[in-house]
Design a binder for this molecule. Structure first.
Ligand code: IPE
Ligand code: IPE
Ligand code: MG
Length: 255
């Protein structure tokens, strides 16, 4: 019998087997590798970009739900530093997506008190992408609800190499003693410096790898994988991931 999951703590649900999600102990920071758009489309005889378009409506659903139940930070891997290798028409489409997304969805984000942020090498994105995202950042900067953090042109190795360069520069200028370099200092040079570390990483589409996502930050996160392609992901699966997370035992190397 398929199990249905309660979608929000207030909403009535019809399931005879509620998940028992504890809304007082949610992971504070959930990171998602939204994968499988292309295969979803291919299975339907559609072009890959149709999968990305469908994936965008899932982003809306998941953001809305994360905000409703009280997740603090949601980091979504939208475009990696390696995704430039894709055909130009696909890259162009992916760079248009934030524009379309924010055009239709920014008012709701504002209403929901969501704060938009980004991580990644932002300055090299096309002007129209930067403009739309900057407007969203600006217009939501005083919100203190869910932090919706888009990883755009993000690569963890690039991020860490840059951190090393910054630190080396400070040593070179005599501002910093190599003895003072520690984990906190290194973290403070990453894009994520103002965010708590992810508690839970979700990856859709059956792939079980990080693909250069938050290599440092995920050191002690719980990983949750599903075979489901991103366009078929929904609130119920999101809650299932949170539920499974709550039934894990995090030990951080202790006993
Ligand atoms: C994830 O879906 C979206 C992005 C990487 C932007 P893919 O486009 O990687 O879909 P698959 O993995 O080829 O099916
Ligand atoms: C990771 O997915 C990047 C995003 C979801 C944005 P990819 O589809 O690019 O990763 P690989 O190529 O399967 O490792
Ligand atoms: Mg993929």
């Amino acid at each position: 019998m398929p199990i249905k999951f309660p979608f929000t703590k207030n909403k009535k649900h019809t399931s005879s087997q509620p998940l028992g999600l504890d809304f007082n102990h949610l992971p504070e920071h959930v990171a998602i590798i939204m994968d499988g758009n292309g295969r979803w489309a291919k299975n339907r005889g559609m072009p890959r970009i149709a999968g990305h378009k469908e994936g965008m409506s899932v982003v809306k659903k998941v953001v809305r739900h994360a905000s409703d139940i009280g997740v603090k930070v949601l980091t979504l891997y939208a475009f990696s530093t390696e995704n430039w290798k894709r055909p130009k028409n696909e890259v162009d489409f992916l760079m248009k997506l934030p524009v379309d997304f924010l055009n239709t969805y920014l008012p709701e984000l504002i209403e929901k008190n969501v704060q938009v942020q980004t991580i990644g090498d932002f300055g090299v994105l096309p002007q129209h992408t930067q403009k739309a995202v900057n407007e969203a950042i600006e217009r939501t900067k005083d919100n203190d609800g869910l932090i919706l953090n888009f990883a755009l042109n993000y690569g963890s190795r690039f991020e860490m190499v840059n951190a090393v360069k910054q630190i080396a520069l400070r040593v070179n200028q005599g501002e910093l003693n190599p003895e003072e370099i520690n984990e906190d200092l290194f973290s403070s040079e990453l894009y994520t410096k103002d965010l708590i570390e992810p508690d839970l990483l979700i990856r859709t589409s059956g792939e079980q790898r990080l693909s250069n996502f938050l290599l440092w930050q995920l050191a002690y996160a719980e990983f949750w994988f599903t075979e489901v392609y991103w366009p078929d992901f929904d609130e119920g699966l999101f809650e299932k991931a949170l539920y499974d997370y709550q039934n894990r035992k995090r030990r951080y190397g202790g006993v």
